[in-house]
Design a protein around this ligand. Structure first.
Ligand SMILES: Cc1cc2nc3c(=O)[nH]c(=O)nc-3n(C[C@H](O)[C@H](O)[C@H](O)COP(=O)(O)O)c2cc1C
Length: 356
C-alpha cells in the first residue's frame, strides 16, 4: 500500500493490466547494445508530452509495449533551484525500469549541472537525456529555450557538448523542421551540427515551431535529416495509429518513431505497431479492454500521487467512440475519486452489455 492507502503501482499493473490486454511487468530499455540497435529492436517510443506523460501515463505506454517513455520536459533552471515539483517530473516511479529525461533551458552551464544531478540520482534507471529544441511555447522561446535554439546552433551545440561531457547515457536532441513556416528548413543542417557536438540521435518533429501542433506534419523533413546524419533519427508527427507508425518507419528512413497524441486512450498502439511491423494484422481494442485500461490508468494516477483532475481527459480519450460517449464524458467530469471512476466504468459496462 502507498501512503495514501492505495495499492502500489506494481500491484495495480499485476492485477489489472492483463485484463486490459497490457503487460503486467515493464521491460527495461536494453542496455547491452548501441543506441541504434536498441531502437531497432523495438522502434516505438512514447513521446515527451508536458502535462500528459507523467509516471502513470509512461507506465501505461510501456505496459502497451513502448520501448521507452520520456518524461515531460524539465527545466534545467528548475533543477538548479532543486524544487521538489521539478524533481517529481524526473524521477521514475516503481515499477518503471528506466526513463528518458527531457531537459529544456538555454544555459550550457545549467545543462551540465542538471546532467550531473540527474545521472547521480537516477543512476542505472536513466536511459537517455534528450534536449528539447522543439518547444514552440512563447513563455519558453522568449528565454531562448526550446525551438528558439534552432536560431542559435552554436549555443545548442555547447548545450549538447556540456551534457555529453557528463552523461553516462546517450544524449539526444529533439528539433522541429524550422522555427517559422515559410522560412527555409533548418533541421538537416542543424541536426548535423548537433551530431558533431556529440548527439547520439536526433528526434525530428515534422512541423515548424510556428505551426505549434496544427496542420499536417511533413514527414519529408525526417527523411532529409536521416539522409545527412549518421546517428539514428527518431520521427515524430501525426503518428495516430499503428499503421501510421509503421508507415513512418518505412517511408522516412527513421530508425524509430515517437507516438504522441496517437497514444491518447490507446496504450496498445505500441505493441500493435510492433506486430504490424512483423506482418501480423491487429484489431482495434475492444470496449472491455478500453474500460479495463481506464480503470488501471486512473488507479495508477492515484498511486503515483498525481492530481486526479488528469483522469478527466484520460476518460474522454478512453471512452471516445463508445455508445453514449458524450453522456459518459459528462459523468467523468463529476467524478472526484477513484471509486467514482470505477463505479462509472461498471455502469458503462452494464449499459454496453444491455445494448449488445
Ligand atoms: C500536450 C502536448 C505536450 C507536449 N509536450 C512536449 C514536450 O514536453 N517536449 C517535447 O519535445 N514535445 C512535446 N510535445 C510534442 C510531441 O512530443 C510530438 O512531437 C508532437 O505532438 C507531434 O506528434 P503528434 O502529431 O503525433 O502528436 C507535446 C505535444 C502535446 C500534444
Amino acid at each position: 500500500m502507498t501512503p495514501s492507502g492505495s495499492s502500489a503501482p506494481a500491484d495495480i499493473l499485476r492485477a489489472y493490466a492483463p485484463q486490459a490486454g497490457l503487460r503486467a511487468t515493464l521491460e527495461p530499455f536494453a542496455r547491452d547494445a548501441d543506441l541504434r540497435a536498441r531502437l531497432a529492436a523495438n522502434p516505438f517510443l512514447m513521446a515527451p508530452m508536458a502535462g500528459v506523460s507523467d509516471a502513470a501515463y509512461r507506465m501505461m505506454a510501456r505496459a502497451g509495449g513502448a520501448a521507452l517513455a520520456y518524461s515531460e520536459m524539465v527545466s534545467v533552471a528548475g533543477l538548479h533551484y532543486g524544487g521538489a515539483k521539478t524533481w517529481e517530473l524526473v524521477l521514475p516511479h516503481d515499477p518503471e525500469p528506466d526513463i528518458a529525461v527531457q531537459l529544456f533551458g538555454a544555459d550550457p552551464a545549467q545543462f551540465l549541472e542538471a546532467t550531473d544531478l540527474i545521472c547521480e540520482r537516477l543512476g542505472p534507471r536513466l536511459a537517455l537525456i534528450d534536449v528539447n529544441m522543439a518547444c514552440p511555447v512563447p513563455k519558453v522561446t522568449r528565454k531562448g529555450e526550446g525551438s528558439a535554439l534552432l536560431d542559435d546552433p552554436a549555443r545548442a551545440a555547447r548545450i549538447v557538448a556540456a551534457c555529453v561531457s557528463r552523461a553516462h547515457v546517450p544524449v539526444t536532441v529533439k528539433v522541429r523542421s524550422a522555427r517559422r513556416s515559410g522560412e527555409p528548413e533548418v533541421a538537416a543542417e542543424f541536426a548535423r551540427a548537433m551530431e558533431q557536438a556529440g548527439a547520439a540521435a536526433v528526434a525530428v518533429h515534422g512541423r515548424t515551431a510556428s505551426q505549434l501542433y496544427r496542420g499536417a506534419a511533413d514527414w519529408g523533413v525526417i527523411g532529409r535529416v536521416a539522409d545527412v546524419v549518421s546517428v539514428p533519427v527518431i520521427g515524430s508527427g501525426d503518428v495516430r495509429s499503428p499503421e501510421a507508425a509503421v508507415r513512418m518507419l518505412r517511408e522516412t528512413g527513421a530508425t524509430a518513431v515517437m507516438v504522441a497524441r496517437g497514444s491518447y486512450g490507446n496504450p496498445w498502439v505500441f505493441d500493435d505497431a510492433r506486430r504490424l511491423l512483423g506482418g501480423v494484422a491487429t484489431e482495434a481494442p475492444t470496449i472491455d479492454r478500453r474500460l479495463s485500461a481506464l480503470c488501471c490508468h486512473v488507479m495508477l494516477l492515484e498511486a503515483t500521487g498525481a492530481h486526479l483532475a488528469r483522469a478527466r481527459s484520460l476518460a474522454g480519450w478512453y471512452l471516445r467512440g463508445m455508445p453514449n460517449a458524450a453522456q459518459w464524458r459528462e459523468r467523468a467530469m463529476r467524478c472526484a475519486t477513484v471509486g467514482e471512476y470505477l463505479q462509472m466504468v461498471e455502469a458503462i459496462r452494464l449499459a454496453c452489455e444491455a445494448l449488445s
